[in-house]
Design a protein around this ligand. Sequence first.
Ligand SMILES: [Cu+2]
Length: 111
Amino acid sequence: MPPVEMPMLAGFGRISNDCDAPVTITGVRSTRFGDASLHETRIVDGVSRMRAVPALELEAGGEAVLAPGGLHLMLMQPVGALAPGATVEVEFLLEGGGVLRGSFEVRGPGG
Ligand SMILES: [Cu+2]
């Protein structure tokens, strides 16, 4: 089967803050995508809507769960083909200049 063309992907997983201080994620970047951001899905008047999350605070030792129907990574403009099973490195930019690294596995629709 030829690779499926995917104009955008959503990233799910867990971001943990192992530091003893709170951190705030203010941006997302990945060399594999032209555009990456944090999004949140909310039901408004019975309709599922997404909005950008400009800042996400993680308390010391806390974590954020990225899951369908809630927080997720919105990954757009993929650079090259992304095969299911491949790993995509993502950097979360922190307020104050730090960077938190994470990796996500590419899965097909419904995978
Ligand atoms: Cu989204």
